[in-house]
Design a protein around this ligand. Structure first.
Ligand code: GDP
Length: 479
């Protein structure tokens, strides 16, 4: 049995140079294009932190991180994780504040005093976890690296205003993420509140109220007086119940970084949401390219914890550097190997920045991705200067669908391309089409960072033609 040196390197996620250097150290003068026997490969793998099991090379990552499936009998119910979304000034912060303070009133030990990015309250004895990050960060918090961390979205719509651009963005983020939406019609205490008008508007976004034969739960509330918030929370529990959310508390913890910052006195501070397993004080964790030992854990009540189970958010100290919000984290058994993996990830990030960037959807690669069966849906976000054009572009694009690929416009709105559009594109593998609009500065920076393809057009025909050519692999090269 033999293996190419290049292939060995890529299977171990090492650079060719590292492998060749290690070979030479062991007296084997081989280059990247040479083939070596398996026994030699096994020795090299061992030295580079990997392992050969039944002739299969196992990377450090695979040795370190347990991704085994949970057994049915090990699963226990867990609290739902809820995000509050909606247009600016419609009352997201007020609602989160009200829920936080009403929980204090319900007699729980210790009030929620700390802002750590997430908190847990109990409603009729049942816990609910809230992501305490209104605004655009909520979209990022909702998904970590494209994986879902949220179970339910509460969409706040002000009864005296109606559906606004960020309301639509929120709806489309939640839909793209596939999480159920509960609508809270807020500011019902105001005399000019008009909930019927809002219900009518919601139907245009496929959110049809239950009372009209649809499936969308609508709760009239006032975040100011607290009216209706109790039943909103009960609806959250009901919706969560139908999802049968479960996790296995008896394994090493895994989850997502909700927030992270550098504290002058305490060093890197991160809020983690445990998604599976139980995190213990003293655990070694790896989050993105940060590694460290959990020195102390606190919840939003400022209480010290020694362990945190599924759906529990905790603020921890002890990381060597500040992890990125949205990174996933894993508790691991071997600190030395964790440090090695971090070095490897840093190298990969560097390679990615220097080398050609692939992976994400771009019009240039579209055809080959379709051919290789990597893409079944071409997700597109359409932004235009006027509603009429937006709708026209949307329907023309969707008509381009064929047997191989379905064109899906996942968000269609009027206005400049903003950061939320880029985030949605990044997490759902979409390209952005701008029609007589430009990206704002934040959007441009994020798109460059996240490698999101944005295309600007002045004429609808040009846009349709270019996408159609790309689907057929006949895109004219850009000069
Ligand atoms: P956010 O931008 O969505 O987080 O909105 P805020 O929670 O900051 O609320 C915006 C404004 O609306 C603030 O002045 C709040 O006091 C007010 N507000 C929020 N909820 C209610 C409500 O239920 N009734 C009334 N009358 N005002 C509210």
């Amino acid at each position: 049995d033999e293996i190419g040196v290049g292939e060995l390197a890529s299977r171990m996620k090492k650079t060719g140079a590292e492998v060749v250097k290690c070979l030479i150290k062991n007296g084997v003068m081989a280059s990247l294009s040479d083939v070596i026997d398996f026994d030699t490969a096994a020795i090299i793998a061992e030295e580079l932190g990997c392992k050969v099991e039944k002739e299969i090379i196992v990377t450090i990552e695979e040795r370190l991180i347990d991704v085994s499936e949970d057994k049915e009998e090990d699963l226990r119910p867990r609290a739902p994780v809820v995000v509050v979304m909606g247009h600016v000034d419609h009352g997201k912060t007020s609602l989160l504040d009200y829920i936080r303070s009403s929980d204090v009133a319900s007699g729980e030990a210790g009030g929620i005093t700390q802002h750590i990015g997430a908190y847990q309250v109990s409603v009729k004895g049942q816990p609910i976890t809230f992501l305490d990050t209104p605004g655009h960060e909520a979209f990022t918090a909702m998904r970590a690296r494209g994986a879902m961390i949220t179970d339910v979205a509460i969409l706040v719509v002000a009864a005296d205003d109606g559906i606004m651009p960020q309301t639509v963005e929120s709806i489309n983020h939640a839909k793209a993420a596939g999480i159920p939406i509960i609508v809270a019609i807020n500011k019902m205490d105001k005399p000019e509140a008009n909930p019927e008008r809002i219900k009518q508007q919601l139907t245009e976004y496929e959110l049809v109220p239950e009372e009209w034969g649809g499936e969308t739960i609508i709760c009239p509330i006032s975040a100011k007086t607290g009216m209706g918030v109790d039943s909103l929370l009960e609806m959250v529990l009901l919706t969560a119940e139908m999802q049968e959310l479960r996790a296995n508390p008896d394994r090493s913890a895994h989850g997502a970084v909700i927030e992270a910052r550098l504290d002058k006195g305490r060093g890197p501070v991160a809020t983690l949401l445990v998604q599976n397993g139980t995190l213990h004080q003293g655990d070694v964790i790896i989050a993105g390219t940060a590694v460290g030992r959990v020195r102390a854990m606190t919840n939003a009540r400022g209480q010290k914890l020694t362990e945190a189970g599924p759906s529990v958010p905790v603020e921890i100290i002890g990381m060597g550097e500040v992890p990125g919000a949205g990174d996933d984290f894993h508790a691991v058994a071997d600190e030395r190997m964790a440090r090695e993996l971090v070095e490897q990830r840093k190298q990969e990030n560097k390679d990615r920045l220097n080398g050609p960037v692939g992976q994400k959807v771009t019009l240039e690669d579209l055809f080959s991705q379709i051919q290789q069966g990597e893409i079944k849906d071409l997700n597109i976000i359409v932004k235009a200067d006027v509603q009429g054009s937006a709708e026209a572009v949307k329907s023309s694009l969707e008509k381009l669908s064929n047997e191989e690929v379905r064109v899906r416009v996942i968000h269609c709105a009027v206005g400049a391309i903003n950061e939320s559009d880029v985030m949605l594109a990044g997490t759902s593998g979409a390209i952005i089409v701008g029609f007589n609009v430009r990206p704002d500065n934040n959007a441009r920076d994020s798109a460059a960072r996240m490698n999101v393809d944005m295309r600007m057009y002045r004429v609808i025909y040009d846009c349709i033609e270019e996408i159609e050519s790309a689907m057929k692999g006949m895109l004219a090269p850009k000069y």
